[in-house]
Design a protein around this ligand. Sequence first.
Ligand code: AMP
Ligand code: TRP
Length: 337
Amino acid sequence: MTTALKSAGRVFSGAQPSGNMHLGNYLGAFRNWARLQDEYESIYCVVDMHAITVWQNPAELQNQIREAAAAYMASGVDPSRSILYNQSKVAGHAELAWIFNCVARLGWLNRMTQFKDKAGKNREKASVGLYIYPNLMAADILLYKATHVPVGADQKQHLELTRDIAQKFNNDYGTDLFPMTEPLIMGEGARVMSLRDGSKKMSKSEPSDMTRINLNDDADTLANKIRKARTDAEPLPGNSGALESRPEATNLVGIYAALMDQDRDSVCAEFEGRGFGDFKKALTEVVVTKLAPITGEMARLQKDPAYIDSVLKDGAERASALAEPILAEIKRAVGYI
Ligand code: AMP
Ligand code: TRP
């Protein structure tokens, strides 16, 4: 493997295989993973242990794990240039998460906004796993001493917690074992919002499919969703500053900008004075053109589950080889014999 020659650092990231891979996952995460894999030694994980913090039907979970792996690959993650595997195959994640359960403080976890959002009003009924999920995420990253973590903006707080855990571990055990991992939150696609409510992020778990652009939507479905996306009656302004109190408009302009590798200002300059009827037509064309190859490749890969499984198995072996000496070092620091 050529991975050892990449000197910019080591990247780790992951997504939950809970179905409905969407445009936010692609723009906030997968596409950036593909862009980083030549410069950084890269490890991309299907985090199936995180997924079961909320109920997953076992038969569906198997397919969702393969769907997630297919989405990574269709977005450009190349298993010969990166390590691609599923979390439950490398036992070190669970082992290190336990140690971090004993390092992280209750007060730290009580501040996690994702837990509050996901648990909702029914906090007493949430799984304990959902509560300690950020400790497992810290373990995912630090099991490999990853230096950089490319994610969407919603994961920023979890990465701050990862640094707090690394720092406290290093202090408590008098070591400099863990690096202070840097988040990589990249470009206009870091925060893609719902098509129906510009104050909510686009999400796998939103019940209405109309809120979301799925990576496996066909062209007609995409056109229909974009046509029905919420907007306002004003035309597009000449610069993005004037979009400030218009969250839905901001989101659609942001999606266009991210897919075209532009910024919001240049999109506004191009469409200044035109209404959203017009802009949505242009957006549909861009979304359909950019997603079609990904959708096609995902479908092709998913027809060959044995191939996907072989990629994951090979990735798990390579990931385990990296994790083993680090986990041994951690156990020595803790005082295990
Ligand atoms: P998840 O779907 O929560 O497992 O997220 C997988 C990756 O996609 C993470 O890096 C998230 O930050 C990113 N992501 C999820 N939803 C969005 C979104 N609406 N906009 C941008 N990035 C997102
Ligand atoms: N918590 C992340 C999410 O829901 C997924 C995740 C788990 C992750 N472990 C990670 C992301 C480690 C980056 C690094 O999006």
